[in-house]
Design a protein around this ligand. Structure first.
Ligand SMILES: [Zn+2]
Length: 218
């Protein structure tokens, strides 16, 4: 177990990356990042803001997000790059300008050691605005995820730890993510580690997969 010296939460992995406080605004998100990347994050934020001046800033899926009728774009800071999440259609539409960038479905990586192409980011945001205005984006409608069945060993562990009640009040997406994450581990040791993390997080009640989580109270 590793304990964060800042927020004192405990994690299975040494130096587990996490937010010490729940993040509600883009300012708070940026403030939690290493000092040297903050100006870069602010500049990306300004570029998106300038391209979509009517969009609302919010935090969604733990990431800075611009919203206008739907999520236009998210970004997130990593150790060596910023990831931009404009949706898979945008990534496909800009493929000709994304050679030399690492991309995956719906995501583009901008490495810190390369000048950020703000023009490209602005064009992608404008593309997203057009899509959103026409209401033809599929960005907001990800394919329904397959439900992961509850394996016996997880059920047994929940029973043994007396955590069924806490498991059952978690949103279905969290239950599903946990089960998939645990069962997809290739090594038994990893599987047990992940199971232990889920149990610890259910017990603590304020975390989900290493991220802060606040249960909605009615
Ligand atoms: Zn912390």
């Amino acid at each position: 177990m590793w304990q964060c010296p800042n927020c004192h939460r405990r994690f299975l992995n040494e130096n587990q990356s996490h937010f010490c406080r729940p993040i509600d605004t883009i300012d708070e998100y940026i403030a939690e990042q290493p000092e040297e990347v903050r100006p870069l994050l602010q500049s990306v934020r300004q570029t998106i803001r300038a391209a979509a001046p009517d969009a609302t800033e919010r935090i969604s899926w733990q990431m800075p997000t611009f919203w206008q009728g739907e999520n236009l774009i998210h970004f997130a800071a990593f150790q060596r790059h910023i990831s931009l999440y404009p949706g898979s259609e945008a990534v496909a539409a800009f493929a000709h300008r994304l050679k030399g960038y690492k991309t995956s479905k719906g995501c583009i990586q901008f490495p810190f050691d390369k000048p950020i192409d703000h023009e490209l980011i602005a064009d992608i945001v404008r593309f997203r605005l057009e899509q959103a205005a026409k209401g033809e984006s599929i960005f907001q409608k990800p394919a329904p995820r397959e439900r992961c069945p509850m394996p016996d060993f997880v059920a047994d562990a929940l029973t043994k730890a007396n955590l069924w009640e806490r498991y059952n009040v978690r949103p279905p997406y969290q239950q599903n993510d946990y089960l998939r994450w645990i069962t997809q581990a290739k090594r038994e040791e990893t599987r047990q580690k992940r199971l232990a993390q889920m149990l610890a997080e259910l017990e603590a009640g304020d975390a989900y997969m290493g991220m802060p989580y606040r249960a909605k109270t009615e």
